[in-house]
Design a protein around this ligand. Structure first.
Ligand SMILES: *Cc1c(COP(=O)(O)O)cnc(C)c1O
Length: 393
């Protein structure tokens, strides 16, 4: 399915500019076209029933292949599948690694909708989930692994609370017992944490976030470390009838990927400037941004990551919910809404959606998540400052 090679000697930003370009196939057009089809026509009976290559719309089009190639250039691995959303990537990865009677060990800091899928869907098919504290050591994980444990679900840093996990140690403990390791690698976008170099089997990516980058498309990917896993994923999405999403969305995501290294660098830098400013504020009890020196998890982040994104949270000192609501609704630049990684800054109060059943995260105070966009950081800081004035009342 692939056309333009995305292999070294090119460096990553060059590969992201080149991925999927085949102008000779498209009358010189620099970008792959958006192709709309369900039926794929074949000239011979033999080709009609061949079990390789593109035979139906569910197999995707050139622009889908380009996005998958570009993400593989970023994350490494053997291959994988595109699916219509990041959440579908989480659910497909979990289905691929489990069977009835099995057991999943999942970080307590996992993306909320993934937790909902485990508790309300996989549970109905005889797969139970146990949640563990994200700070768990490799040895402690080994003690939790049961004979029927099939999958370890990691996310580092975790959603909303941004705890770092010791992914290499947890992965080593799981692999020693034949447990499949799935990592939701969305925070790093795959740019700043290399899952397969750390032994992960399946890496899940919400391409909706930094790859898309403009809050106008949904897409997900599951990448696999080995050809056997790639084949298993490709078969599974066909069996489930899950295609690679709309070609228009893939085209938007591919366009986003051309500039994502620049956007992510700018947004990470701005987020660190803003996080440091927040750290000095009397209203703030904690800043949860692992790339910030002194923040929780910074040592693990420095050891394992090569960079950050612009998404983090803060915990406020004790204050009424009504004051927090007034502050949130007073922001002029930080809009309230789900998702992140777009060009626009977002903020949500999120302690109401932290569901934790294991370990160390206690209701520590109002939790606010910020996604820093491409506005001037000085304007964002001014917005936060007027928000704190409203918080005080
Ligand atoms: C947003 C997100 C997803 C889901 O992505 P969608 O494309 O919105 O479905 C999965 N995991 C994490 C960590 C996310 O932040």
């Amino acid at each position: 399915m692939s056309d333009t090679p995305t292999t070294p000697p090119w460096r990553l930003s060059t590969q992201l500019v080149r991925a999927g370009r085949a102008p000779d196939k498209h009358q010189g057009g620099v970008n792959p076209p958006v192709q709309r089809f369900s039926t794929v026509l074949k000239p011979t009976v033999e080709e009609l029933y061949a079990d390789h290559g593109r035979t139906y719309g569910l197999d995707g089009s050139d622009v889908h292949a380009a996005v998958l190639n570009a993400q593989r250039a970023i994350e490494g691995g053997d291959g994988g599948v595109l699916v219509p959303s990041g959440l579908a990537a989480c659910t497909v990865a979990l289905i691929s690694a489990t069977a009835a009677g099995g057991d999943v060990l999942c970080t307590d800091s996992v993306y909320g909708p993934t937790r909902r899928f485990l508790d309300h869907v996989l549970a109905r098919y005889g797969v139970a989930t146990r949640y563990f504290d994200p700070g768990l050591s490799g040895e402690a994980l080994a003690a939790l692994i049961a004979p029927n444990t099939q999958a370890l679900m990691l996310e580092s840093p975790g959603s909303l609370t941004f705890e770092m996990q010791d992914v290499p140690a947890l992965t080593a403990a799981a692999k020693a017992r034949g447990v499949t390791v799935i990592l939701d690698n969305t925070w790093s976008a795959g740019l700043h944490f290399k899952p397969f170099a750390h032994g992960v089997d399946l890496s899940v990516q919400a391409l909706t976030k930094y790859q898309g980058g403009h809050a106008d498309a949904l897409l997900g990917a599951v990448l696999a470390g080995t050809p056997a896993w790639t084949e298993k994923l490709q078969k599974l999405v066909k069996q489930l009838g899950i295609g690679p999403g709309a070609p228009e969305d893939a085209a938007l995501v591919l366009r986003g990927m051309r500039t994502m290294t620049l956007r992510m660098k700018a947004q990470a830098e701005a987020s660190l400037q803003i996080a440091a400013w927040l750290q000095a504020r009397p209203e703030v009890a904690a800043v949860l941004h692992p790339a910030l020196p002194d923040a929780p998890g910074h040592d693990l982040w420095r050891r394992d990551f090569t960079g950050a994104c612009g998404v983090f949270a803060i915990v406020l000192n004790a204050v009424s919910r009504a004051r927090v609501t007034a502050m949130m609704e007073s922001y002029r630049l930080f809009a309230m809404g789900f998702s992140w990684g777009g060009y626009e800054s977002l903020a949500i109060p999120c302690d109401q959606q932290t569901t934790r059943t294991a370990g160390s995260w206690k209701d520590k105070g109002p939790l606010i998540r910020y996604s820093i966009g491409l506005e001037d950081p000085a304007d964002l800081i001014a917005d936060l400052e007027q928000g704190f004035a409203v918080l005080k009342g």
